[in-house]
Design a protein around this ligand. Sequence first.
Ligand code: ATR
Length: 282
Amino acid sequence: MNLLSGHARLAGVFGHPITHSRSPRLHGFWLQRYGIDGAYIPLGVAPSGFAAAVRALVDLGFRGANVTIPHKLAAFEICDAVAPFARRAGAVNTLIFRDGRIEGSNTDGFGFLESIREAAPGWRADAGPAVLLGAGGAARAIAAALLDAGAPRVTLVNRTAAKAEALARDLGGPIHVADRPSLEDAALLVNTTSLGMQGQPGLEVDLAPLPASAVVADIVYVPLETRLLAAARARGLVAVDGLGMLLHQARPGFEAWFGVAPQVDQALRDVVAADIPKRDGA
Ligand code: ATR
């Protein structure tokens, strides 16, 4: 049991609903590992109460909070300062309270890049073109991170082409839209859609044309091994699951609130993945 003192550092995660969030378990693991007098709690609040709840936490002396669905856009409005990458990503997922001011950032792009680097040591965004399936919020953060890290080309493939066109226009740079994935020279293929998630249809992509050095990543982490990742592994490619992004995106917030740069390792992964099926139906 964690007995908090009056000096305990406090943070949490805003969402609606929040019961399925794995962030309290993730941060709770780190708090215990590093022996920190602190707590990280789930903060379930409807959109109408979000702004008042954030201000209440500032008054209560919280260090900050994560923000998840459906508050990532509203979080923008409430910030006194928004980091440039969050502006580019179009969403805020991390709030830091400093001297009564609210600072917003977006760590999803960082989390994505770090999860790839963890799974494929030596991987570099500038090594080759990337193909992204999807054009929603996750695609926006990942595409922006890849472009910022020097990807020579980012191709968006989405069911609704107009959404991909708008995203490409918004971000600018070597990003364009295609109506089907062209994988022959791709260094990275990423699924940013919800296809492959438990209860959703699987993603049908023929990976045969990918170069042998390509990395295949999925942002879906329920199940851990989607059909896309299983196919990538069967072809001998590096396959990166969505759990890594979840774990790594949490690092900057934890460090800002609790003062320790936390490590992502197998013990953390096991704790957070304890109730996540390995495969669909498993
Ligand atoms: P997120 O913020 O998680 O990215 P989102 O903004 O709702 O969520 O985006 C979901 C993405 O998955 C979109 O690219 C969506 O395609 P559309 O833009 O055409 O809606 C894609 N997606 C969801 N369900 C899909 C399906 N059944 N087939 C193809 N694409 C799908």
